[in-house]
Design a protein around this ligand. Structure first.
Ligand code: DLL
Length: 433
């Protein structure tokens, strides 16, 4: 570790003192510069000066995605526009895009965080990073890119897409680290196989996968198919982009959250009440060093829990468990709550099934119907009809047993489900059409 090791292994008391100081400065700036925060604070009868301890943070109101949309595009910026050097935006697939800005110092902070993240994942200066996160308004590509350069590694800015060319680059340049969404990494593996390139002959040591939920079983699948160690990275554009938290390569268990820049809380998504360490709920983040776009008690909608136990790697920062999904991706099927990643977990444990699936939700006669469409392997595809019926029945009963929900299963031909070049679209909810 070469970056700010003193923060990552700091005793809690010292860390909290830094957090409080940075929080107070952020609140004052937000209050002075962002009309939205000023009126929110006023409404709740709180001034930044009232926040005298980290516990006081709970007295502040939440910020939600709709607040960012209401202030589209630049209304939440806390610096004059001539201090903003970069703008990113979310894709807006679930409504109006949210727009975020960075000062030159923010870009530097982000690069430093990503360098720390890559270091925790196991990267060093000598590594060659094949960066297949999309470059553009999405924060994945440029986020990894700046971090890799800050670290001194060599980055290949290949972005997403043009998959066959990526395989040739992997073969010829011999990168040692792959950065991509988990779903795109499987697409790369498939393309390589079609081109007669084996990951066993490539040089990858590990991969840094994130930007979408992926289960532990998917991790196993990726590690096997790509012949590398897979670590999970988390982030969101509203908070900074990738680099909010990452697993260390030593433990691969829980994502260390960079608490010198972000204060995490877990709340009950229904009541907004804070939950203690260990309990699962919605992650809320307050940024404490961002200049252009600070967020105060931002409700991420991501479901996870926090673990304060020290890690075998030596970092003392709190760990987030793997995000199981977003509150708005949760399917409620006849009263049962299901996350796509839970279905994924069950599917990946079944022989003959490929890691490509889609969930279709319909409503018939006032009943929710969930259809799990999953690809089968070439070998299974040539099996007798009776065998396929048995496989279908096994999937249905395993899902029913594990998640308590009845689904109907459609076995799909190999390579028939659309591949993603970024975040996979796992759910088609026709109830919303
Ligand atoms: O996805 C930033 C990112 C880029 C993270 C590359 C990691 C790697 P957004 O496009 O704003 O930013 O989407 C953020 O994606 O609120 C989560 O719902 C989801 N997400 C991100 N990382 C993970 C992860 C980027 N490791 C939204 N596991 C977040 C599960 C994730 N979900």
């Amino acid at each position: 570790m070469i970056f700010n090791i003193e923060y990552e292994t700091m005793p809690r008391e010292a860390l909290e003192a830094i957090q409080l100081r940075r929080l107070q400065a952020t609140l004052s700036r937000a209050n002075a510069m962002v009309p939205f925060y000023r009126s929110k604070f006023k409404e709740s009868g709180i001034t930044p000066q009232d926040i005298k301890s980290l516990e006081d943070l709970r007295r502040l109101p939440f910020t939600i995605k709709q607040d960012l949309r209401d202030n589209y595009p630049f209304g939440m910026f806390a610096v004059p526009m001539d201090n903003v050097v970069r703008i990113h935006a979310s894709s807006g697939t679930t409504g109006q895009p949210t727009v975020v800005g960075y000062t030159a110092r923010d870009i530097d902070t982000w690069a430093e965080l990503m360098a720390r993240a890559l270091t925790a994942g196991g990267a060093t200066r000598g590594d060659i990073i094949h960066n297949a996160y999309g470059y553009g308004l999405f924060t994945g590509g440029l986020g990894v890119h700046y971090g890799a350069e800050k670290l001194g590694a060599s980055v290949i800015p290949v972005s997403g897409g043009n998959t066959r060319r990526q395989v040739i680059i992997m073969k010829d340049f011999k990168p040692s680290i792959l950065t991509a969404t988990p779903s795109y990494s499987l697409h790369l593996a498939e393309a390589a196989e079609e081109m007669g390139v084996s990951f066993k002959d490539l040089n990858f040591r590990f991969g840094v996968f994130g930007a979408e939920p992926w289960s532990e079983s998917m991790r196993k699948e990726i590690e096997e198919k790509l012949n590398l160690k897979a670590v999970d990275i988390y982030g969101l554009s509203e908070v900074i982009g990738p680099g909010v938290s990452i697993e260390c390569h030593e433990a691969q268990k829980g994502l260390h959250l960079f608490e010198d820049h972000f204060i995490p809380e877990i709340i009950d998504p229904d009541t907004g009440e804070p939950l203690p360490y260990g309990e699962t709920g919605e992650l809320v983040i307050t940024s404490i060093t961002k200049e252009a776009f600070p967020v105060i008690r931002y409700r991420t909608r991501d479901i996870t829990s926090l673990n304060p136990e020290p890690c075998i790697c030596g970092r003392t920062m709190v760990r987030m468990n793997k995000v199981s999904g977003r509150t708005d991706d949760m399917l409620i099927i006849r009263g049962v709550n299901v996350f796509p990643s839970q279905i994924e977990s069950v599917l990946m444990e079944i022989e003959g099934v490929e890691p490509h699936y889609q969930l279709e939700v319909d409503r018939k006669e006032n009943l929710d119907i969930l259809t799990v469409k999953v690809e089968i392997s070439d070998k299974t595809f040539s099996d007798e009809v009776k065998e396929l019926q048995r496989l279908s029945a096994t999937i249905e009963s395993n899902i029913k047993e594990t998640l308590g929900v009845s689904v109907s299963v459609k076995l799909a031909e190999p390579k028939s489900i659309a591949r993603s070049e970024g975040k996979a679209a796992r759910v088609i909810d026709r109830r919303k059409l």
